[in-house]
Design a protein around this ligand. Structure first.
Ligand code: 2HA
Ligand code: ZN
Length: 273
């Protein structure tokens, strides 16, 4: 099968384009990765032209010998649907999970996303918890970023505030949201901090930078990012009106919501303000 005809490749490209259309991917901002299923690898294997092994910059033994579709470093989300073979690549990991090689894509040269350590460490944490998780998405979502300048950089504050601004939020991400303080992007240190939070959450905010989302498929992961960012937009509007909140969803109402949706909302986020 032609690589670009594969459904998982088409779905990846559509998600990148959806993110671009949301305005979350200025220039080369943001990155996307997908842990490819074994049968999907076999369906496109005839297209592979393996390159040289290179270090990942971290170690992800639980992902050894797996394949990933990822955006390229310095590449623009704007171009993913226009010239995918130049903008994205498929990589294979070695038997230790310490090196990768490109097997398809980036036809004009280049490397996988600068955030490859964060993507792979997050995908590893998620796979170990639940093998159904396959997608990790990083976007520069402006309203979440704006809030990192005015709210305390605490999981419990961001979770509660984002939950309050849209009733669907606690239903969509009942585990909450983690917050990483400002750190230098692109390396192992921020990857370790993010993957620690991913043990508890599906969403992690990078202060003054953006957000990471993890999910089972493209729709769920994009939907998660979209839902949190929309709720942040509502909070930005409310704060901008200057009067503060006259009324909001109360702790007991969150408990009723949890009951109605047969879920569980951790009490740590339902404190009295
Ligand atoms: O430029 O978003 O975090 C890609 C990024 C780095
Ligand atoms: Zn970024």
């Amino acid at each position: 099968m032609n690589f670009l005809d594969a459904a998982f490749v088409q779905d990846f490209i559509r998600m990148a384009d959806d993110g671009w259309q949301q305005g979350w991917h200025e220039r080369n901002g943001g990155n996307l990765s997908y842990r490819v299923k074994a049968e999907e690898v076999e369906a496109v294997r005839e297209n592979f032209a393996p390159g040289e092994w290179r270090p990942i910059g971290t170690s992800v033994p639980a992902l050894a010998e797996e394949y990933f579709l990822v955006t390229g470093s310095g590449k623009y989300f704007r171009n993913v649907s226009i010239k995918p073979e130049d903008s994205i690549c498929m990589i294979e990991l070695d038997e230790k999970g310490e090196n990768y090689r490109i097997v398809w894509g980036l036809v004009n040269g280049g490397r996988p996303t600068s955030e490859l350590p964060s993507h792979l460490m997050n995908l590893e944490v998620k796979k170990l918890q639940d093998p159904k998780y396959r997608v990790v998405y990083h976007a520069h979502t402006p309203n979440i970023i704006a809030l990192t300048f005015v709210l305390p950089l605490e999981d419990k504050v961001f979770t509660r505030e984002i939950w309050e601004m849209a009733t669907e939020c606690p239903v969509v991400f009942p585990q909450g949201i983690g917050v990483v303080p400002w750190m230098v992007p692109g390396g192992r240190e921020i990857a370790v901090a993010t993957s620690e939070l991913m043990k508890k959450y599906d969403l992690a905010i990078w202060a003054h930078h953006g957000m990471f989302a993890a999910g089972e498929d493209f729709d769920l992961t994009f939907g998660l990012m979209h839902t949190a960012e929309k709720s942040a937009e509502i909070l930005v509007k409310v704060l901008s009106m200057g009067a503060g909140k006259r009324q909001t969803i109360q702790p007991d109402e969150f408990r009723q919501l949890a009951k109605a949706f047969k879920g569980d909302l951790p009490e740590e986020f339902l404190y009295e303000k």
